[in-house]
Design a protein around this ligand. Structure first.
Ligand code: CU
Length: 129
């Protein structure tokens, strides 16, 4: 009888504890205000004609990017791997085209890529996919 009197409140406390843990878990997994993804690897903002943007890539991976103004039809990639170049220069919008040239480059970890808008008058961006 006394055991049962002790067990019922103890079970109640245990269930209350599980409930609180469940609530805190659901809170931690839901994104807060659309954030939580971290900063973009590449985020040049608007590059006017003649403007350039440089980025140092610390880690080996393939980094896809596109132009936020013209969409994913204007896209390129940076492969960061051992044996790659120290640095690369990419022309943005050459000849008025919606393209990056070269649109695929390979650099080593710690290497730098510099993009320069050579469009002659069209704004572009370099933005991670
Ligand atoms: Cu563009």
């Amino acid at each position: 009888m006394t055991m049962r009197r002790l067990l019922v409140p103890a079970l109640g406390l245990l269930l209350a504890g599980v409930f609180v843990i469940a609530i805190s878990c659901s809170k931690s997994t839901s994104p807060a205000g659309g954030g939580g993804g971290g900063a973009l690897e590449l985020n040049s903002g608007t590059l006017v004609n003649g403007a350039s943007y440089s980025h140092v890539f610390a880690n080996a991976a393939v980094y896809g990017y596109h132009c936020q103004i013209h969409g994913t039809g204007m896209a390129g990639s940076v492969t960061v791997a051992g044996g790659g170049a120290d640095s690369m220069l990419v022309s943005v919008g050459p000849g008025g085209t919606l393209s990056y040239s070269p649109n695929a480059v390979t650099i080593k970890p710690g290497g730098t890529v510099r993009w320069i808008n050579v469009s002659g008058g069209t704004n572009h961006t370099v933005t991670s996919n």
